[in-house]
Design a protein around this ligand. Structure first.
Ligand SMILES: [Zn+2]
Length: 137
């Protein structure tokens, strides 16, 4: 018996969904996708940094959506100045929550910095125009 035949045996033992069940699952996924609230942002698609040891490694650039050549740069290697504070008695779940909240806070601050830079750029270089928005998941 080979690994493939073992897998075939195991797959044969799994309950097979009926076509009605498969259709219901696809339909539920489609309804969930339609029901989601689309989020819109003025933050353009970032240009990811080149790998180390390139001098720009760690620098994420957010180019002007109008293609004028301007970019806002963020150094993602910058350390968070706030210490991570977790009680010694914290469970793995609590540690996960603390780290998730910290990551969410940092992401929010990054989003605010990038949005401010883009609005300032449009005020100076593209007076009277609003930064275009794009939909994000
Ligand atoms: Zn521009």
């Amino acid at each position: 018996m080979t690994a493939d035949t073992d897998l075939d045996v195991l797959l044969a033992e799994l309950p097979q969904p009926s076509s009605r069940e498969a259709f219901a699952e696809i339909e539920a996924a489609r309804r969930a996708a339609e029901a989601r609230t689309p989020r819109r942002t003025i933050v353009p698609e970032p240009v990811l940094p080149p790998l180390w040891p390139h001098p720009d490694s760690g620098i994420v650039r957010f180019p002007c959506a109008l293609g004028c050549g301007w970019t806002h740069a963020e150094n993602i290697a910058d350390e968070d100045p706030d210490p991570i504070s977790v009680p010694l008695s914290a469970s793995p779940k609590e540690i996960g929550r603390v780290l998730s909240e910290r990551a969410e806070r940092r992401a929010s601050l990054l989003r605010q910095r990038v949005e401010s830079a883009i609005r300032e750029h449009f005020k100076v270089a593209h007076e009277g125009q609003e930064p275009p928005e794009r939909e994000v998941w």
